[in-house]
Design a protein around this ligand. Structure first.
Ligand code: MN
Length: 483
């Protein structure tokens, strides 16, 4: 089966009613655009586009997101322009691809800028979180092929992923991608321990786990027959990076923390969750203090399930997580699942609002998130410098505001602005995501007092007034301007 056939198959399974012709068109379009381009691995570039789309199809995003995944590197890396994408695939997909292209300009440059960039990416996400999800899928494939890059680049990408991408994936609740991103990074971060844990949890325990699951299944199925509960039971996926982190924090041998078998039971309704819990507690003795009801009291991030640890068959400790299929999808696909279960026409900012409302209740980031919400929903825009830094400004801000935000001298000496590669007037109102470059003139003495008529930020206003005052022209001219 070709990579593209595999993608179609996944889409058919997860998105049965979607327009496959559109997907085929996107594939042909991207293949043609990337014709002749190769990845560092030597593979055709289109493999990367397909891998990105494949991840998106697997986490059940909507079809527009998958198509944007196929097209995501077209404007950045080929001669084909965004307008072409709009013409062929419509405005929604164009906007998603545009969002990705812009996010590509946010760069991680050291811990100092981390929080700032995090915030900015969050703002990007608030406009349409699907953009972020595509970015995670893109990053996932880049990490899978990281061994083809030079070491210093590997290091930067790993750091950037652990400090920016993975936490945001967590905030957005896209846990499956968060775990995958982290485990891939872990491999490069501490290869020795990665191999050790992988061997222990994925290879050695495999057989033992399968045996135990089968035994548990048999016992439960006998017990549930009379209650008529439909369910699925699986051994749980181990997230190696989090085991490693716990090992570091607690300085314990991982035997002590993690030699508990974890199983997940999916049922159809909330009442079945509690019925199943009753079944398990009847069969095996629960371990004290380990029962948690996150259905009646969800976790701050919205997570819902029943957790309990019991002394199972052969006196082995088993942790069960019981939840409905919908809770399960919410837990691993995060916001992606909301597109399926909530009203699909609901604006994305509303979901983001939900995410933020939840985050607001989280202990440590309370104030941060509050501020974030304020920034997102109250008149802020963000624009890019040519180097990829993000500057946030009030709505209606102009290149002069931008210039002063970057540096007072740049503000004082600016003469022109290049916005999205076009020369624009200094009083142009900037839009979200604009790429702004300021042209300065070394010999320029200072700002033009007329700028006070249009600047929006106090930093620009104060600097212009200060200059004018020093020049003694302030008092005569200021009366003309209502400020
Ligand atoms: Mn890419």
């Amino acid at each position: 089966m070709t990579r593209f056939d595999k993608l179609l198959k996944t889409i058919k399974k997860n998105n049965p009613n979607s327009d496959l012709d559109m997907v085929r068109l996107a594939y042909d379009f991207a293949k043609k655009a990337h014709q002749g381009q190769k990845r560092m691995s030597g593979e055709p570039y289109i493999y990367h586009s397909l891998a990105t789309a494949q991840t998106l199809a697997e986490i059940k995003t909507d079809i527009a997101t998958i198509i944007a995944g196929i097209l995501h590197d077209v404007p950045e890396d080929t001669d084909v322009k965004l307008e072409e994408i709009k013409k062929n695939f419509g405005g929604e997909i164009e906007k998603l691809v545009e969002g990705i292209t812009k996010l590509g300009k946010v760069k991680y440059r050291g811990i100092d800028r981390y929080v700032e960039n995090l915030k900015k990416m969050f703002i990007a996400a608030a406009q349409d979180p699907r953009v972020m999800v595509i970015k995670f899928a893109d990053r996932l494939h880049n990490l899978k092929t990281l061994n083809y890059l030079p070491e210093h680049k590997q290091k930067r990408i790993v750091e950037e992923t652990l400090k920016i991408y993975a936490p945001i994936a967590g905030l957005l609740g896209v846990w499956r991608l968060r775990w995958q991103l982290e485990d891939l990074c872990f491999k490069y971060l501490d290869n020795k321990n990665y191999k050790k844990l992988k061997e222990k949890y994925e290879i050695k325990q495999q057989k033992e786990r399968t045996r135990l699951i089968n035994k548990v299944k048999k016992i439960i199925s006998k017990e549930t027959k009379k209650d008529n509960i439909e369910y699925e039971i699986n051994g749980r996926f181990k997230h190696l990076y989090s085991i490693w982190q716990k090992m570091q924090n607690k300085q314990k041998k991982f035997n002590e923390i993690y030699d508990v078998f974890a199983m997940r039971i999916l049922v159809n309704s909330i009442s079945d969750c509690y019925k199943m819990l009753g079944v398990i507690h009847t069969l095996w003795k629960p371990k004290k203090g380990r029962f948690k009801d996150f259905i009646s009291t969800p976790k701050p991030n919205g997570y819902r399930a029943l957790h309990t640890t019991v002394f199972g068959p052969e006196k082995k400790l088993i942790e069960f997580q019981i939840r409905t299929k919908q809770m399960h999808e919410e837990a691993i696909f995060g916001i992606a699942s909301h597109w399926r279960y909530k009203n699909p026409t609901q604006p994305y900012s509303k979901w983001m609002d939900d995410v933020l409302r939840i985050q607001r209740n989280a202990k440590n980031s309370k104030d941060y998130m509050k501020k974030l919400k304020f920034d997102i929903f109250n008149d802020r825009i963000f624009v890019f410098t040519p180097k990829g830094d993000v500057v946030d400004l009030p709505i209606g801000a102009t290149p002069v505001d931008f210039a002063y935000q970057v540096h007072t001298e740049i503000g004082n000496k600016c003469v022109n602005a290049i916005v999205n590669e076009k020369i624009e007037r200094l009083d142009t109102k900037l839009k979200n995501g604009d790429l702004v470059e300021i042209i300065t003139e070394k010999n320029r003495k200072g700002p033009n007092i007329d700028w006070l008529k249009f600047v929006k930020t106090s930093i620009a206003k104060n600097n212009i007034k200060k200059y004018a005052k020093n020049q003694g022209i302030f008092s005569t001219l200021i009366s003309k301007i209502k400020h």
